[in-house]
Design a protein around this ligand. Structure first.
Ligand code: GAR
Length: 216
């Protein structure tokens, strides 16, 4: 069967991109990263694409007068590479409803909190300030509102006394690297569907069981 062709949008270091590349390196995997687009010419993630022999493009928003031109250029690149699924992986531009609708249900994002809690930036500092005992990460379909949309996979990480935003981020990031490839795999296997803006997954029990990270 043809593998799902994944396009990854990045702006920075690209560790989630690397997790997706590594998952696709297995010839038996149902999905492969076929295109990387960076909004930043100096994003370290671009070297990851190069090292894996994956096509990459820099599409810098500053080169366009309007957001529409920037997004139309990304849309054209994704279509010409015959991309089936777009993954936002540390992509730091907010997408307009035009782009989000054009890729509706074929556009997913990873966020380092248990959505719908702690949307937006400085997530880990805000989690620590709140006194929450648990945090985690979420992979979700993208809707027009930021960090919003049907949830596909989540994983839980404990907040440990003495945590800094950096130590919590590192614990959550390990989970991100497991959750993102899992969400892509589930979609590629045709096991994910959306009903009334909620995700249903065939054999979801297995999925949930492996994503709980015990304390200690
Ligand atoms: C990840 O922690 C991701 O969850 C976060 O940016 C980081 C990118 O790291 N995304 C967001 O905060 C989106 N709202 P990476 O470049 O190493 O994958």
């Amino acid at each position: 069967m043809a593998r799902l062709r994944v396009g990854v949008l990045i702006s920075g270091r690209g560790t989630n991109l690397q997790a997706l590349i590594d998952a696709g390196a297995d010839p038996a995997a149902p999905a492969e990263v076929a295109l990387v687009i960076s909004s930043q010419g100096d994003a370290p993630g671009l070297a990851r694409a190069r090292a894996a022999g994956i096509r990459s493009e820099v599409i810098n928003h500053r080169a366009f007068n309007a957001k529409q031109g920037f997004e139309a250029s990304m849309d054209a690149a994704l279509r010409s590479a015959r991309i089936d699924l777009v993954c936002l992986a540390g992509f730091m531009r907010i997408l307009t409803p035009w782009f989000v609708e054009r890729w509706r249900d074929r556009l997913i994002n990873i966020h380092p909190s248990l959505l719908p809690a702690f949307k937006g930036l400085d997530t880990h500092a805000r989690v620590l300030a709140s006194g929450a005992r648990f945090s985690g990460c979420t992979v979700h379909f993208v809707r027009a509102e930021m960090d919003d949309g049907p949830i596909i996979v989540q994983a839980v990480a404990p907040v440990i006394q003495g945590d800094t935003p950096e130590t919590l981020a590192a614990r959550v990031l390990e989970l991100e690297h497991r959750c993102y490839p899992l969400a892509v795999q589930l979609i590629a296997e045709g096991r994910v569907w959306i009903r009334s803006e909620r995700v249903e997954i065939a054999n979801a029990m297995i999925t949930n069981a492996i994503m709980i990270n015990p304390v200690g």
